[in-house]
Design a protein around this ligand. Structure first.
Ligand code: MTE
Length: 359
């Protein structure tokens, strides 16, 4: 696995990790060596010659395709898209109450890559998906062991989403074939949805009436009410995660930095399942806000947006917080308490850092 020397592993087997925030938001496209990795089992080794993608369920024509057929028989599409894990920023939630048995992600479980592949809508058309179908389910070739069972990672998206032209079956990431850890030879890219729906090592697509019955759709990646805990869990209260909420993060300076200067350039990222409208910084816990400069020109519901703001510092401790707004005027809650849930998903409270100006 070719990752940056500063890559931080939350676990080695299976591999999970990402890079420190100062490296993350340096460029709009995240180089593959800086792109986070989220796996639930070791990456399967797949022989591209023997690989087949099966498509069945509520279709008029079942199909089975080799990698060459996928590449040669459908028009290629290239797209910039951001993947963000639902567990991004989980570690901050431990300040409210412990989030047990989950990876302690900082804000590094996000990346924006250039993907090349074919549109899922073209595959659905080739298989002639039936009109009574509502969901498209995916399953991968990885083998997850849990509570005495072995099963593949899976999940689904509504068929309306699956028919959007920017939902891809990708075979390339940043101009190279997908790395094994990122899903070689083929993965889903469902922009604007939690990363869990972008199934890697894709083997099987099923068109169906209901959402996927896979563990990672019906158990994990569900948002439960704040009063739920593992001990009193009522599974029927969960929301199956799909669209991303609006979020923003300060990547530089890093929390705890000590600076000699009177001002600092604050930089970071913002993301939503809609286009972004604005990013704002506060130095006084929300009494006053400074608009950040939005960088780059690409502003779609598929990609993050980088931003920067010049901030004057007072001597001593400065708390800096950020919030973003999207095109539907959605914004972020102020406090971690407002978003805490026992699985630690979808934390989009204002991201806060403390930095110190030497007197
Ligand atoms: N697909 C399979 N087959 N197995 C997995 O463990 N993890 C999912 C998704 N697809 C996963 C998967 C999750 S939770 C995320 S956030 C993204 O892949 C991460 O993609 P990346 O590792 O390429 O960054």
């Amino acid at each position: 696995m070719n990752k940056h020397p500063r890559f931080i592993f939350h676990s080695q087997s299976p591999i999970n990790g990402g890079v420190p925030l100062d490296l993350l938001a340096q460029s709009f496209i995240t180089p593959t060596e800086l792109f986070f990795v989220r796996t639930h089992a070791p990456a399967p080794m797949i022989d591209p010659e023997r690989y087949r993608l099966r498509v069945d369920g509520l279709v008029k024509r079942k199909i089975e395709l080799s990698l060459d057929e996928i590449k040669n028989n459908f028009p290629p599409r290239t797209l910039n898209a951001t993947l963000q894990c639902a567990g991004n920023r989980r570690a901050e939630l431990n300040a409210i109450a412990p989030v047990p048995n989950e990876l302690p992600w900082g804000a590094e479980a996000i990346g924006n890559a250039t993907w090349r592949g074919i549109a899922l809508q073209d595959i659905l058309a080739a298989a002639s998906a039936r009109d009574d179908a509502s969901h498209v389910a995916f399953s991968g070739l990885d083998q997850i062991e849990k509570e005495g069972h072995t099963f593949s990672f899976g999940g689904s998206i509504p068929i309306i989403k699956a028919r959007e032209p920017n939902v891809l079956l990708a075979y390339e990431m940043n101009g190279a074939p997908l790395a094994p850890i990122h899903g070689f030879p083929l993965r889903v890219i469902a922009p604007g949805y939690v990363g869990a729906r972008s199934v890697k090592w894709l083997a099987h697509i099923t068109v169906q009436k209901e959402s996927s019955s896979n563990y990672f759709q019906t158990r994990a990646y569900q948002l439960f009410p704040a009063n739920m805990r593992a001990e009193n869990l009522d599974w029927t209260t969960g929301l199956q995660l799909s669209e991303l909420n609006v979020n923003s993060v300060i990547c530089e300076p890093t929390d705890g930095a000590r600076l000699q200067t009177n001002f600092v350039l604050v930089r970071g990222y913002a993301i939503s399942s809609r286009a972004l409208a604005r990013v704002e910084i506060t130095l006084d816990n929300g009494a006053n806000w400074i608009s950040a400069e939005m960088l780059g020109t690409e502003n779609s519901d598929s990609t993050w947006r980088l931003w920067r703001a010049r901030v004057d510092l007072k001597p001593g401790r400065n708390e800096i917080a950020v919030r973003a707004w999207d095109s539907a005027a959605n914004t972020q809650p102020a406090n971690l308490r407002d978003v805490w849930n026992f699985k630690g998903y979808m934390n989009n409270a204002w991201h806060r850092i403390n930095i110190f100006r030497n007197k």
